[in-house]
Design a protein around this ligand. Structure first.
Ligand SMILES: [Zn+2]
Length: 108
């Protein structure tokens, strides 16, 4: 599997570390222990497209956001963590690098 780093381009998935699904941090002033436990340890784990955080640990060592399909492992977009949800330019190149797969553009 190739994963497109927003800064380095497509790289082997072994260079990356999965950080987790993107979630909204609870308000520290009002959150109770159950909300913190849910935020820190629970994931929705759907069969479909998920917004995730990844670390390019064996490359630029930067965090980034990715949209990945949990069944097919297809990645349709990556971007810096603070960027808007626009796809990075390397996403299509990584998808095209997967042998024998049809690259589908757009939404599921
Ligand atoms: Zn990188």
């Amino acid at each position: 599997m190739l994963l497109p780093c927003p800064w380095c381009g497509p790289r082997n998935a072994s260079e990356f570390r999965y950080v987790g699904e993107q979630t909204v941090r609870p308000d520290p002033a009002t959150a109770d222990p159950a909300e913190w436990r849910s935020y820190l340890y629970m994931e929705s784990n759907p069969a479909g497209w998920v917004a995730e955080n990844w670390l390019h640990r064996a490359g630029c060592r930067r965090y980034f956001a990715a949209e990945r399909h949990t069944v097919t492992n297809q990645v349709r977009a990556t971007r810096p963590p603070d960027a808007e949800a626009a796809p990075a330019q390397h996403a299509d190149a990584a998808a095209a690098g997967r042998a024998g797969e049809h690259v589908r553009e757009g939404r599921p």
